[in-house]
Design a protein around this ligand. Structure first.
Ligand SMILES: [Zn+2]
Length: 146
């Protein structure tokens, strides 16, 4: 594992959203569509123990629902197009936007867990803190005896 610099929460979230390793920002976070790699191919950071579960799907449903449902209602109220036209527009739009957002959202959630050191990333966070923030030297033994 290679820890060379502190990664801010915003930077880790962006790296995860762009489906890159939150630690180095270079390695790929996903092997397949929603399958997170076991470890980064560039820096070796471990991701096999992430616990994103259903949270990315809940976020995507919340965002897509709040973006598309009001638009669909506004079109229905103002223009009342035929049902077949509405289904042929809104249904593909909802499905494609949900599929497009799912992987970046999962990447951001895994990156957030990694950055905060929660849900399986506790030991990773402790290693990063130990390497990046060496302990502040205390008083010497001679100073302590005074
Ligand atoms: Zn990496």
């Amino acid at each position: 594992m290679m820890y060379t610099q502190q990664v801010s929460t915003a930077e880790a979230l962006w790296r995860g959203f762009t489906m890159r390793c939150p630690n180095c920002g270079t390695g790929r976070l996903f092997g397949r569509f929603l399958k997170v790699v076991d470890h980064c191919s560039v820096c070796g950071e471990e991701f096999s123990h992430h616990r994103a579960d259903d949270f990315p799907a809940y976020i995507v449903i919340f965002v897509v629902g709040h973006a598309i449902v009001p638009a669909a209602l506004a079109v229905e109220i103002n223009y009342a197009p035929p049902m077949w036209l509405e289904f042929s527009i809104w249904l593909p739009l909802m499905i494609t936007s949900a599929l497009a957002l799912l992987q970046p959202t999962k990447g951001a959630i895994v990156a957030l867990q990694w950055q905060l050191g929660i849900l399986g990333f506790e030991s990773s966070k402790l290693r990063r803190l130990a390497i990046l923030q060496p302990p502040v030297p205390g008083p010497t033994i001679a100073e302590q005896r005074r």
